[in-house]
Design a protein around this ligand. Structure first.
Ligand code: ZN
Length: 285
């Protein structure tokens, strides 16, 4: 796991040498977070999705799902992903990109986005080797095209082995009934040293995943907890949450063959703030 720390001590040593690092991470709202919630804005900054100087508006009670860029509509969480994608891409290619829009114009990396809508998709769609998909239900087969959009079941992808440099998923895996089967499939389609860069709901203070449902071999779902749904542009009823993840996820990913970095970000000048700005970078070993 890595944490991005940019501060330096008076001795010139990175502050990471001066502070205790511990797990679990006990989330705390900082002063800036509280101000942003109160004034309903995270102020001006640079958007890591559209690559423009912008203004970030807070709506509702969640900083993670809010702080929308007034130019491209990206949320705080989407800019977190964009930031890590740009950093990882620089590591892989040696070329700098400050935003997804810029990255899409220049990159030759083979990228698969598990969504085909939203601001990340809009920024990526011009990229040279870009694939995207949506999930249209169990009656469809992976690889089928529905109204111009590719259908993929993450638990049974139609792609060949080892073809992508980057796979991107933005709060998707919690909606997959067997998320680790999906991680195995993502591992299969990634090239060696390729990355799955993703966000999921993650308990920073816990150790075990929270299983909210159980799926029988015939596909029927048993609810183990009160059903919870997240808003979804393709489903008016919302998308059912099967799992909320925790430290157990990193161990299970290691069992599949990933080495996973946890990026814990705090970058208010990019409209990235709040106590739970966490992005995962699972590297195929
Ligand atoms: Zn933007």
């Amino acid at each position: 796991m890595i944490a991005e720390i940019v501060c330096f001590s008076p001795l010139g040593l990175p502050k990471s040498f001066m502070v205790d690092i511990r797990y679990p991470i006990y989330p705390q709202n900082r002063l800036l977070d509280r101000v942003a919630m109160k004034v309903k804005s995270a102020g001006f900054g640079f958007c890591t999705v559209c690559g423009k100087a912008s203004y970030f508006i807070v709506k509702g009670e969640s900083l993670r799902e809010s702080c929308h860029c007034v130019l491209c509509g990206s949320s705080n969480r989407q800019r977190q992903l964009a930031y890590v994608i740009c950093k990882v891409s620089q590591l892989l290619t040696g070329r700098k990109a400050a935003s997804l829009r810029h990255l899409a114009e220049t990159t030759e990396l083979a990228i698969y986005n598990t969504e085909a809508n939203g601001s990340l998709h809009e920024a990526f769609r011009g990229a040279k080797s870009y694939h995207c998909s949506e999930y249209f239900g169990p009656e469809r087969s992976s690889g089928e095209i529905i109204n111009g959009v590719r259908h993929e079941d993450l638990m049974a992808l139609s792609f060949a082995d080892s073809i992508f440099d980057l796979v991107i998923s933005a709060d998707v895996l919690e909606h997959v009934p067997d998320p680790y089967r999906a991680h195995k499939e993502i591992y299969r389609v990634l090239k060696s040293n390729g990355r799955h860069i993703f966000t999921v709901p993650f308990y920073q203070t816990e150790f075990l995943d929270e299983h909210r449902t159980r799926m029988a071999p015939n596909g029927s779902i048993t609810y183990l907890m009160e059903p919870e749904y997240h808003s979804d542009p393709l489903r008016p009823e919302g998308a059912l949450v099967h799992t909320v993840f925790s430290l157990e996820m990193l161990v299970k990913l290691a069992g599949i063959g990933f080495r996973t970095n946890l990026w814990h970000l705090y970058k208010p000048h990019y409209g990235i703030l709040g106590p739970n700005a966490i992005v995962f970078e699972a590297i195929k070993q």
